[in-house]
Design a protein around this ligand. Sequence first.
Ligand code: NAD
Ligand code: UFG
Length: 342
Amino acid sequence: MSTVLVTGGTGFIGSHTVIALDKSGFDVVIADNLSNSKTEVLKRLHTICGKDFRFYKADCCKREELEPVFRENKIDAVIHFAGLKAVGESVSKPLEYYSNNINSLLTLVGLMKDYKVDELVFSSSATVYGESEDVPFTEESPLGMCTNPYGWTKWMQEQMLRDFSKAYPEFKIALLRYFNPVGAHESGLLGEDPRGIPNNLFPYISKVAGGTLEKLTIFGGDYDTEDGTCLRDYIHVMDLAEGHVKAINYLATNDTGINVFNLGTGKGTSVLEAVRAFEKACGHEINKEIGPRRPGDIAVSYASTEKAEKLLGFKATRTVEEMCSSCWNWQTKNPDGLPDDN
Ligand code: NAD
Ligand code: UFG
């Protein structure tokens, strides 16, 4: 049985990916410093998967904290989710973002090299396509200019991995560019649990629907789209999780070097369409108003999914309706999010 190290494995996408890996027969080890997640996730993973996963509370930037994971386990592949991801926060805290995201990757890759672990799946983002409006984005679309430090950290991490791959050709690396991951596990035990007021659309709508927030502001109603609101490629987090299993399987049986894949559905959904689908899922109207545009937003973003379909055999199957109903299930079962660590 292959063993996969999942860094950031108690986070939103990481925890759902642990479930998908376990279901596909992989042995999973988790490393996370809990800077944006809680140990309650481990209990919930136990309930869902019926087992405990080996967990290391480790900061990936600190070799002395991450090395025991490699020393004490025979790791075959790594999925690197650990990182800071809030676009707005990255503008006010660029030092933290560059330091955390760049150093964690450097430390991780250094350890992989020393311990001869040569398969890496890296969490990248459609944000690396920058402000281009030439959609759909294919893996060959031009990269940058990113609009914020978070985006640049992804762009730089991709470049670091390209350089690394040239120098160490035995490495197999998959750069997965996620579009907009949303939704929750069908059990309602795991989902997105942002601290404070959410920045992203689905967690925000969930809180308005649940009554914790008063009103959704739709950022801009005058874009050059059918209903005037922005289009995004929302992908269910369980589809995304299954995409990681496909990527791990692909690396195990394919060439070395860098492999880039978009993970999206290939379909754009407008903010208003998403709100309407959520209203259907929760059974009542969502308090909303159209406000000014949010700086840095592009009108339309969706993926070309051809390459992932052809080479990974990956196709997202869950609908926007399922994304909304799973979010609502998660929200109603956990109105205050997960309980804090004691
Ligand atoms: P998340 O914040 O829920 O999960 C990230 C996890 O990494 C958290 O549990 C956090 O505690 C941990 N972490 C952060 N820095 C760490 C460090 N130095 N050492 C150890 N653990 C650390 O975020 P997510 O939404 O699950 O995102 C996972 C990855 O996917 C991130 O790299 C993110 O940039 C990328 N991504 C996310 C989205 C999205 O919309 N959610 C889109 C594109 C890419
Ligand atoms: N939106 C609103 N109101 C809100 C929140 C969002 O109208 O309160 C709109 C935004 O203007 C945008 C859409 O909903 O049109 C989606 O916004 P999100 O903030 O949920 O997502 P983004 O597309 O801006 O960004 C996400 C991730 C980034 C990632 C990017 C590309 O947050 O980390 O997708 O993958 F880089």
